[in-house]
Design a protein around this ligand. Sequence first.
Ligand code: NAI
Length: 777
Amino acid sequence: MSVKEIFESMEYGPAPESPAEALTWLVDQGDRFGHFIDGAFTPPGETFESRNPATGEVLASLTQATQADVDAAVSAARAAQGKWQRLGGPARARHLYAIARLVQKHARLFAVLETLDNGKPIRESRDIDVPLVARHFYHHAGHAQLMESEMPGREALGVCGQIIPWNFPLLMLAWKVAPALAMGNTVVLKPAEWTSLTALLFADICRQAGLPKGVVNIVTGDGAVGEMITASEVDKIAFTGSTEVGRKIREATAGSGKALTLELGGKSPYIVFEDADLDSAVEGLVDAIWFNGGQVCCAGSRLLVQEGIAERFHAKLKARMEKLRIGDPLDKCIDVGAIVDPVQRDRIAAMVAGSDGEIFQSGPCPEGCFYPPTLISGLSPASKLMQDEIFGPVLVSATFRTPSEAVQMADNTRYGLAASVWSENINTALDIAPKLAAGVVWVNGSNMFDAAAPFGGLRESGFGREGGPEGLTAYTRDSRKPKALKPIAPFGGDEAEPQPVDRTAKLYIGGKQARPDGGYARAVNDKRGKLIGQAPLANRKDIRNAVEAARGAAAWSSASAHNRAQVIYYIGENLSARAEEFAATIDRMTGARTGAKEVEKSVERLFTYAAWADKFDGRIANVPLRGAALAMRAPCGVIGGFCPDAYPLLGLVSLMAPAIAMGNRAILVASEPFPLAATEFYQVLETSDVPGGVVNILTGSHAELAPTMASHMDIEAVWSFSGADLSTEIERGAAGNLKRAWVNYAQDRDWMGADGEGRAFLEAATEVKTVWIPWGA
Ligand code: NAI
């Protein structure tokens, strides 16, 4: 066909990108790769093949790392870390800047190699993945530059183990490496076994950029290598991948003191209201579910469309699906490329085959490792495909009637990664966006990402954020040196045996004093062994009751911050009025004469968090697309906390106040050796207008209650500052619903000082919710 004829018919003609340069680069490397350790490539060891999924051709052989390889990489990273940190932010910024420049200079090589290795359309790797990689390094060069002035008191964690998936091989590398390096950490990164080539090219770029040796180390191999990294002497694990593996990593690192961030799967809703611009919503949906063949953790894979327009919307969608072009990923005109590997293609096909919905597929789809864009409708909300992540180009669809039903259906998932809301009505869109249980919400858009906008999930989609200043917390720690935890044993006495409850202090659940379910109490003695009183021993049933009460107090989370502040000030005022009484109880329990000071500090702390209640609210991220994303602070939900042994009142207040100031409901287990100040504190809460269920207080054995609290599916976060080191139990138990765990790893805080309050508590009490809004665009 001549150019003139093509021009006249506007017939599609392929526009393939040449793979020549990328293939030449592979040949130049000898087609066989070792690891990148301590600034150099190691000789290849036992290898496995990396294939182009679109053609099945072998691209290169990669080395399966051994324990010795992982150890060498971790040692190199450890040896390099101190010097890299001491270089200082501005010098590190220069290195990140040099990497960004080199990524841009080799942008096409990276894009073609990525497409060859992963099967994603070149249009995406060229226009989205690689530019975002460069943007990530530029943005974080800025954070390195500003670290000393903007992040006083924070320092690098040390060596970070980073394990990434195959869907955005280079982009996920950038998301992990850039913030780590900016903050002065060194890294050992493992790319996914199907897609390691751009990581190896990146290693070459690090060399060219003159990055000091050992700062970036890359080891290749399968999940077994991931396990070795997880078990190695690193200070942090950052993981992106499946929820199943994320859970295993949570369990494996429990109690180890390794920092952890998990970016896991999703089943993100794509909500279309009847007043949406339907054509835009269809186009948005193409990006939501067929971008990267739906192999996207935040893919808009669950279409929820308002009943009145469902038929029209589906008709438009099907017409659009017919026009999607599936095929050679190197063709610049292709919309949907290859699936990453035949294993994954077969997994998608099996899931679809098991569905009892109505299936519509666009065609034609080439033979081989391809899967056609698919729409499945008519499924019930509980059906497997409405709930499980398919991770392929498969959209499931359901209808809703009212906005509240839309929210309810959208949140009917164990995940909480992302959501899209489509409506031309600003009231509807901005009313719904904050109600969705998702870490990222796009208003009239989907799959927008930027280095300045925090990204990450809730629930079983994991925890931690990547991007923006919020993402840096996960790569730094408080530079104050922690003290060793000194557990305090309760004072013994004649009546130390548990006994049936008689006249005794009670638990405080749902705004009422409650007898412990088990009917047991323990004697609390003073230093000389004299009985002061009885403290109830809560059991798992009491925890369940407290959770139920806390869930019932959800209105607290949507109360205005101003109102919450008023209540907290009022608690402070009422505590102050009874200062002497509390001081006497504390002195008697602890045998020290610190009670008065402790009460005074507790009142001050309440005032501090009342002050914070309406001030820790987030920021507006300056993103290139549309100009604004709101990075808001939302409460976690229900937080369980184990109070420190020392400071029976201040310890309780130090956990309670930030939690409720940020809109959470709290279940607190009082100091184990000194529980009686907490049991008196109920009366202060009762007189301070604290709604029932917002604060629930239990007493009893921390070690016995920890597993129940940690594994409870309706608790969103657990904190422990207990004298008993509960880190292992809590972090292991937290793997169930992947709740956030904040534990002390046998380290103590200075509760009377600045260490006992502040931003760390506020950050732990909130989730960052990023809402992308149309803004001046
Ligand atoms: P995966 O979670 O097994 O793999 C991700 C990374 O973790 C890879 O580098 C892998 O080698 C490593 N890994 C595997 N087992 C490990 C272990 N026990 N310890 C440490 N690292 C380990 O994901 P996979 O098997 O490739 O895909 C399976 C499903 O996971 C997909 O169908 C999809 O549903 C989901 N997935 C989600 C991703 C996301 O971005 N949220 C990315 C990739 C997969």
